[in-house]
Design a protein around this ligand. Structure first.
Ligand SMILES: *Cc1c(COP(=O)(O)O)cnc(C)c1O
Length: 422
């Protein structure tokens, strides 16, 4: 495969192509083929944009019908049948059964744009500027979202000051016993702490890009209670862990909390079409018409895909149980791999966002990712030192046992990598 045009013409900013240097061609479910017909199992799933796998046949059929019927594709935020169907399905299948009363703000189609809207809204509602974000958090790379993104690699590219965000240690940042919500409470209660009283706290329940760090449910509950008590808005960024990857539609459900604002994107359309959404409690809806706008808010094929995904998968609670079972298979297998190499590896994660953690600087995760790709598996690394092999298999089953085969490839790649260290 000739990749010259990419290296000659495309900016140096390109990134995943460097880890997976082939020309991808076709895909179906958890399988992807390159132009030479080589087959790969996908444990990357578009960084979480393809939770239902590639080219879901049920979604595809309705999207093709929609296109073939010359229905409206681009509509800004005008009313369309596709959007109406999505709104009604989201209300009936997601919100009402969970007793959630959110209003929906369709933003520009990137996750970062949803985060921008969430932060703007929180600042407008409270009249405060400062926001608390967490160590190792990732919320996107446009300036407002970047200000809340911890990784220096991304921050250094900004070229302007990234202000009005204070980083606080995430759950487990120091060790498993330090209560960092209690620390936040102490800082907030102390007029001499120097902490600007925040408009909002923005948090991921599992930090996907930051190294698969998991916040415990009790930590999330304590954070939500602290926010409620102090009148600080709680924004939960569900962009990567949401739409079923935790096992539930929203990852915050497990903790039994109700965030004030929620951001959704990646797998929302069910098909890899760009689409983002901010959920906000009705009393926060102080937006003036059109002030957070965006030309591509009305991506109607995405609305069709999103509605079909909800109607196909989320009506029956059995779907969620199946995702949890699948997650159990992955966790058990990874525990087996860790048990063979306890001095080199640990596991952490939740649901189908799982990490094999190695020592920073060991190069193990990167080597395992590379070896896995050579053996037909797409799996990426995350964390500030790329020290975590991040597994994100599709949340739906296929009949080809790709889950076990992918885990077999990782198992063998880990053995080979660690044997090479010696
Ligand atoms: C991917 C991601 C974003 C940013 O989404 P983009 O579509 O890349 O702008 C924001 N937050 C989280 C948690 C993400 O994983």
């Amino acid at each position: 495969m000739d990749l010259t045009v990419f290296s000659e013409l495309e900016s140096e900013v390109r990134s995943y192509i460097r880890s997976f240097p082939v020309i991808f061609d076709r895909a179906r479910g958890s399988l992807v083929w390159d132009e030479d017909g080589n087959e790969y199992i996908d444990f990357f799933c578009g960084a979480g944009a393809l939770n239902y796998g590639h080219n879901d046949p049920i979604i595809k059929e309705q999207v093709i019908d929609y296109l073939a019927g010359d229905h409206i594709q681009h509509s800004l935020d005008m009313a369309t049948g596709a959007k109406k169907r999505f709104l009604e399905s989201f209300r009936d299948i997601i919100l009402t059964p969970r007793n959630l009363a959110y209003r929906l703000h369709f933003t520009g189609p990137t996750g970062a744009n949803a985060v921008e809207a969430a932060l703007k809204l929180a600042r407008q509602v409270t009249g405060r500027r400062s926001v608390i974000a967490f160590t190792h958090g990732f919320h996107g790379v446009s300036l407002g979202a970047l200000a809340a993104t911890a990784n220096d690699k991304f921050r250094a590219a900004a070229g302007v000051s990234l202000g009005d965000v204070t980083f606080h240690p995430y759950d487990g940042y120091f060790d498993q016993t330090t209560d960092t919500v209690a620390q936040l409470r102490t800082l907030l209660d102390d007029p001499g702490s120097g902490l600007d009283f925040p408009a909002a706290v923005i948090v991921e329940t599992v930090q996907g890009e930051g190294g698969v760090n998991v916040a415990r449910a009790e930590w999330l509950r304590a954070l939500a209670a602290l926010c409620a008590e102090k009148g600080i808005l709680l924004i939960v960024d569900e962009i990567q862990i949401g739409i079923g990857r935790s096992g539930d539609f929203f990852s915050f459900e497990e903790a039994g909390i109700v965030p004030d604002i929620v951001t959704l994107s990646k797998s929302l359309s069910g098909y890899g079409f760009p689409m983002s959404l901010v959920l906000l409690k009705p009393e926060l809806d102080i937006w003036q018409p059109g002030v957070h706008s965006g030309t591509f808010r009305g991506n109607n094929v995405a609305f069709v895909g999103a509605a079909v995904a909800l109607e196909t998968y989320w009506r029956d609670p059995e779907f969620s149980r199946a995702v949890h079972r699948r997650a159990g298979i992955v966790a058990e297998r990874l525990d087996g791999i860790v048990a063979k190499h306890p001095e080199h590896l640990a596991r952490r994660g939740r649901g189908l966002l799982q990490g094999l953690v190695s020592a920073p600087g060991s190069g193990i995760a990167t080597a395992v990712s590379r070896e896995s790709f050579a053996n037909g598996l797409i799996v990426e690394t995350s964390g500030p030192f790329s020290e975590v092999l991040k597994l994100m298999p599709a949340i739906v089953d296929d009949e080809q046992d790709t889950l076990t085969k992918g885990l077999d490839i990782i198992d063998a790649a880990v053995d080979a990598t660690i044997a090479n260290l010696a």
